[in-house]
Design a protein around this ligand. Structure first.
Ligand code: QAP
Ligand code: CO
Length: 173
């Protein structure tokens, strides 16, 4: 078997990152082909999570692997948060679409999510710690939200300028 091809990742402030994803209508061959490509893209970029939005596919699908060993892929299709703890904590986040930028975001410390897995089977997931944070971060992408939107306008504008400049320089190189 050949390794799945990776996909280009949209970079903030690309306006396509603000697209609201539609539900996945059916876990068909197209979706089953997309999943390994999203996983390959996430692993190649050393990420722990990737939403379809970030690869310009505007359907409710995310892939996650928060394991140290990078061999515990999790696929969530049409995820719904059933419950989120009132208990919240501020933790450092980054994003494959916002390279080199890390800042604190407040999130629920525990959640319960319903989603279909990569085979289209309904699952209930209880998560805490890094996995809970990662699911919340990735589900934000599906509604067009990037973590920098939780930061102050001043910080966000600095990040925007920095990334626009970096992309300009990368294009010149
Ligand atoms: C979301 O983010 C997340 O800037 C996933 O240069 C992050 O995988 C959830 C990455 C933190 C919870 C906590 C970022 C890789 C990866 C970068 C990522 C970079 C290389 C981010
Ligand atoms: Co992200």
């Amino acid at each position: 078997m050949n390794a799945p091809e990776t996909l280009p990742i949209l970079r903030y402030p690309d306006p396509r990152l603000h697209t609201v994803a539609k539900p996945v209508a059916a876990v068909d061959d197209r979706i089953r082909a997309l999943i390994p490509r999203m996983l390959a893209t996430m692993y190649e970029a050393n990420g722990i999570g990737l939403a379809a939005t970030q690869v310009d596919v505007h359907e409710r699908l995310i892939v996650i692997d928060v394991s140290e060993t990078r061999d515990q892929p999790l696929v969530l299709i049409n995820p719904v948060i059933e419950w989120a703890s009132d208990d919240k904590r501020k933790g450092e986040e980054g994003c494959l679409s916002v390279p080199g930028i890390y800042d604190g975001v407040e999130r629920s410390t525990a959640i319960r999510v319903r989603a279909l897995d990569g085979e289209g089977v309904a699952r209930a997931i209880e998560a805490e710690g890094l996995l809970a944070v990662c699911i919340q971060h990735e589900m934000d992408h599906l509604v067009g939200k990037v973590f920098v939107e939780y930061l102050s306008p001043l910080k966000r504008n600095r990040i925007k300028s920095k990334l626009v400049k970096a992309q300009r320089e990368a294009e010149r190189a």
